[in-house]
Design a protein around this ligand. Structure first.
Ligand SMILES: [Zn+2]
Length: 412
């Protein structure tokens, strides 16, 4: 086997020609290659074009091999394609204006999915700022021209991406469990922007189900833009609001309690949040003690516990009857925060009841949200939303970004 043949095999340069190889400086290998054995091809249509002139020599960074950084060198030529006119010939190993090979891009994308950009930069031997530029350019290129398709079940949620109450709105496709859109802010104008810019009128009509939290902005936008969608308020957000109401009762009692009573209330917070299915015997004993010790908290907790039944109903009629009697009994109590919760519940009555027929929750969205939060924490926050958006699309986006790199270069 000649050296050239070995290099062709080693670097998967099938169809290319290796002209020269040299060791340069400290740990650098330069390989001079030529795209086609003869002639030049148009990058748009693949047809052979007439060579007009030689352009400046360029080099592309490839992956490191046994500690040696590999560089590909080549002087591309300008050609004239009968259809596309004057342009630079096709470079099979890299994107037209990139300084790195597809192989390098693929390794970078794969590394960034599972580790911090800093760690990925170290492994690849480039500086973190270069990597973040490169990553942004690669992801933007791959996502360019991509349209949202087949959106039927939509979920909307918010996430904070930097200190100082900086929020972004994430829109999910709950059928395919992926993020389809990211926008700055969490208000009405943000979600309006999604419906106006990312979806066509036909697509908006095609949305059948929508799930979101109790934010007025999201509910209003979904009701306005999706005429055929049934809105289901997310179960977990409803439970969260109810838990907060119970906690308010606890806090109020804590403030007014004496030393002796505080001893009893200590450690109650998480116990009150707990779902009945995960309650232990010890918890039940503590709750029974609470009944005698502090009746107001116990009452609030009882109401919360009864409300759990609602999620088990299979028939909307029965669920409706239950909800009516439950709200009535809460309104008779003298617990202000619980009454406030019932007011919220009444204002979204139909959207909460819709859960019984659909069983739709934002659980998938919450799961994706958790992955997004891991990405955020791994990077210790993002200064700009752009960088965060890149990472969201790379990890849970609607396109598998690394899979878009030409298959023969997908090695790392
Ligand atoms: Zn062409």
């Amino acid at each position: 086997m000649t050296v050239n043949k070995l290099l062709v095999k080693l670097f998967r340069f099938k169809g290319l020609r290796v002209l020269d190889m040299s060791f340069r400086g400290l740990w650098n290998i330069s390989i001079t290659v030529k795209p086609n054995k003869n002639g030049c091809r148009c990058p748009e249509c693949g047809r052979r074009g007439k060579i007009l002139c030689f352009l400046e020599c360029r080099r592309w960074r490839d992956l490191t091999m046994c500690g040696w950084t590999v560089w590909l060198e080549f002087c591309p030529r300008e050609i004239r394609c009968p259809t596309h006119g004057r342009l630079m010939e096709e470079i099979p190993w890299a994107e037209q204006y990139s300084h790195v090979t597809y192989r390098f891009e693929y390794a970078m994308l794969r590394y960034c999915q599972v580790m911090t950009q800093k760690a990925a930069a170290k492994l690849l031997g480039i500086s973190p700022s270069t990597l973040s530029d490169l990553l942004h350019r690669t992801i933007t290129r791959i996502r360019k021209g991509h349209r949202i398709r087949g959106l039927k079940t939509v979920g909307v949620d918010e996430i904070s991406y930097a200190k100082g109450h900086k929020y972004a709105t994430l829109v999910y496709d709950l059928d395919r469990s992926c993020v389809v859109w990211v926008g700055q802010g969490k208000g009405r104008e943000t979600i309006d922007r999604f419906f106006n810019e990312a979806l066509s009128p036909y697509q908006k009509k095609n949305i059948r189900w929508a799930s979101c939290d109790m934010s007025e902005a999201y509910i209003g936008a979904i009701k306005e833009h999706c005429p055929n969608a049934t809105l289901v308020l997310d179960r977990f957000h409803v439970v969260k609001a109810l838990n907060a109401a119970v906690d308010d009762v606890r806090k109020e009692q804590w403030r007014n309690a004496g030393v002796k009573e505080r001893k009893l209330l200590k450690g109650m917070r998480w116990l009150l949040y707990r779902h009945s299915s995960t309650r232990s015997r010890k918890d039940t004993r503590a709750l029974r003690a609470l009944e005698k010790g502090n009746n107001r908290i116990y009452k609030a907790w009882r109401m919360k516990d009864e409300f759990e039944q609602f999620w088990e109903y299979k028939y909307p009629g029965a669920a409706d009857r239950f909800l009516r009697s439950w709200t009535k009994s809460v309104m008779r109590s003298r617990l202000e925060s619980m009454k406030k919760f019932v007011c919220t519940l009444r204002s979204h009555y139909d959207d909460i009841l819709a859960f019984v027929g659909s069983r739709l929750t934002n659980a998938i969205a919450e799961g994706l949200n958790r992955i997004v939060k891991i990405v955020k924490n791994r990077a210790s926050g993002f200064r700009t939303l752009d960088a965060f958006t890149d990472m969201i699309f790379l990890t849970v986006g609607d396109v598998d970004i690394p899979a878009q790199i030409p298959s023969k270069f997908r090695v790392c």
